[in-house]
Design a protein around this ligand. Sequence first.
Ligand code: PRX
Length: 651
Amino acid sequence: MSESGIESVLTENRSFEAPAAFAKAARVKSLGEYEALYRRADEDPDGYWSEVASELHWHAPWSSLRSGVFPDCTWFDGGETNLAFNCLDAQIAKGLGDKTAILFEGEPGDQQSISFSELRAKVCQCANALLDLGVAKGDRVAIYMPMIPEAAIAMLACARIGAVHSVVFGGFSAGALADRILDAGIETVITADGGWRRGSVLELKKNVDDALVTAPVKRVLVVKRCANPVSWQEGRDHWWHDRVDAASSEHQAPALEAEHPLFILYTSGTTGKPKGIVHTTGGYMVGAYQSTKLVFDLKDDDIFWCTADVGWITGHSYVVYGALLNGTTTLVYEGAPNHPQPDRFWELIAKHKATILYTAPTAIRAFMRWGDEWPNKHDLSSLRLLGTVGEPINPSAWMWYREVIGGERCPIVDTWWQTETGSIMLSPLPGAIATKPGSCTRPLPGVSAKIVDKQGVECAANVGGFLVIDKPWPSMLRTINGDHDRFVQTYFGEIEGKYFAGDGARRDPDGYFWVMGRVDDVINVSGHRLSTMEVESALVSHPKVAEAAVVAKPDELKGQAIVAFVTPMKGEKGSSALSAELRQHVVTQIGALARPEEIHFADALPKTRSGKIMRRLLRDLASGNTTAGDVSTLEDASILTTLAAQYGDEE
Ligand code: PRX
């Protein structure tokens, strides 16, 4: 859908300027200003980044701004800083102590407004509690939480003491949590007795207990959120209200080296094993700070609502760190967008007077489907800027967002970036860059993005190629936890001397980027990144499955949907009961986000003579395309025919 939609807009080439008043008040006010800033950052990256970094607090100055070349770059060497200090103490020192830092609403409707001073006190208490429990600098801490203030407090407390956090999205299963605990060498888990989701309790502590059977840790800190019964292991499990609330609210933020690891966040690659993306303190801080400021054109009185969960990079960089680093009030909502009714988001915006909404295309498409009457019931006039992230946005969803939510007055920033990039790479600077529906427009100052062919040669305008970044940037990932070779190979092994993002894209004659989607086996379901191999591994771990191949098919709502082709074990037969069992098995292995939309059974899967599953054919099949291209390498073309016929019948 996205590709053909984008094509039609390319032809149409509609573009929207920000309203004059918006541009006049913007930090970067015109295309000319953007281009001058871009050129400046490109010609003198050291000067540019050193100016940006100087707006933050450093316990000790860096001696070298940037060292090394791809893939092994470091930033701000010799510098010492503390991210939590910059988010809290530095804001308080600027006079923002009484300003609201976190505006929270739980799904049941409970609310909290936490000022920067109060947040600092809570973070210090949590930091002291962690230290008391024996957590030290460099130790790894998993955070498996609902979207409640304690999630941000736990992240900030880890950052404050130099413990490396690894936030695991609450929708991941116990099995997925266990894998991450083992890979990251986690000794401490911070969780909650549960979280609210569509009126039910998400059993987080129970999942932790299940995960710890195979992946034991030393300690578990548990927030009481839902007051539901949980099992308890004395000596290992500790209540947050006993430990944190009793701790001192004073804590001196230590100076941490700029390259001290800040967090590990797992994301899917092309193999069955998720990658632990490692980000470090100084560079990540500078990237999150600058991108939030420029892309969202922050003002002192903004109420910034990024709807992502902290379990994803967007939640890290824009719910928590980027917002707080800029002294901005961040709105945090715990629950589902349609609970109790499909207007929960619009009610929240009207109630809390949110000025910026940053969400995913999938959510926008769902809102469209639910109908205009829901947003129309509410006063959305506080909004001044809209953003999207996570997947290509189809132009009709973009136009709906602009008209129905933005009242045609709010610019839309379509932001392209990745877990690996740490912060936004491509996006309009609202006020300066006219937007086109479906395009993430231009690179941020300091970001050198290109579209190249396999040989690394830049493509001509409107010719599709690979999206690469060809110069280092501060918030780039530094490695994959425990597998530096995989890091080098994955990101720098494809196109000589350049970071290859995994996305296909093109650039139009105005220099605008149009990201089409992944060119590898990574799929994007509702903005959630998954690997086909990961789902295949989950399927083949079921005793009744001999072989499985997973592909994505375009889906109007989710962007992509998962389609699995499964060969049952000898003696087993494909049936709707087995299909249901396998779908549940994937949920248990990974989480509900990976549940296949369709499962098709086949006696064999189409393979090349060398034994490789021909995914391209399966993709075509799943998408309802007639198979194009060369099938002569098929070992047994009749398998495909059988499969196609069967697929057609089931449709
Ligand atoms: O394919 C691109 C898509 O999401 C991938 C990154 O996923 P993840 O690391 O989970 O981070 C998502 C949030 C930053 C990219 O490789 N993607 C992200 N933003 C966009 C996008 N595709 C098109 N347009 C975007 N704005």
